[in-house]
Write a protein that binds this ligand. Structure first.
Ligand SMILES: [Zn+2]
Length: 164
């Protein structure tokens, strides 16, 4: 299978997060070896991701990560909940975590007997099906999980400009 540049670019967020099947990862590896345009976008996106990590990987974010489960299960008091909300508003890493957690919880709720591994397989299958059909757009779970990574790719591809 040969992937087109636009397919590769739309899969890069999942590639970076290690969410693709080995096969699909291999196709992207192969494409990146041959295509300097996509390789450039990929390298730029990694640089941007690292910048974002440097900027937002703060103590506040550490505290956020420790409390996020309790927050989702409504186990925090009002002041603590407020702190979580504020972090999620000001910090894109925190926002992504929160969205992922909610999406994951919904997913578990919909099929609570599934193991996390099966869930990962489903995830990859959905992405592959995106290559053939375009059911992808209507799947809010994928949209949420990929929103942040897509933003980084968009910045790297020059669709959005951000200054640090
Ligand atoms: Zn390409």
């Amino acid at each position: 299978m040969q992937l087109t540049c636009s397919q590769v670019i739309s899969l890069l967020p999942f590639y970076e997060e290690g969410k693709l099947t080995d096969k699909l990862k291999y196709y992207i590896d192969e494409h990146l070896k041959k295509c300097s345009k996509c390789r450039e976008i990929y390298m730029r996106s990694q640089k941007i991701a690292n910048n974002i990590l440097d900027t937002y990987n703060t103590k506040q974010y550490e505290a956020f990560k420790q409390n996020i489960s309790a927050y989702i299960d409504s186990e925090l008091d009002e002041a603590e909940s407020l702190r979580i909300k504020k972090t999620a508003i000001s910090n894109p890493l925190a926002r992504k975590d929160l969205e992922d957690m909610y999406a994951f919880k919904r997913m578990l709720h919909n099929s609570f007997e599934r193991t996390k591994n099966e869930w990962r397989n489903d995830y990859s299958r959905l992405i592959i099906s995106k290559l053939n059909h375009s059911e992808y757009k209507d799947n809010s779970f994928i949209k949420l999980a990929a929103a942040f990574a897509l933003m980084i790719i968009a910045i790297a591809a020059g669709f959005i400009t951000l200054y640090f």
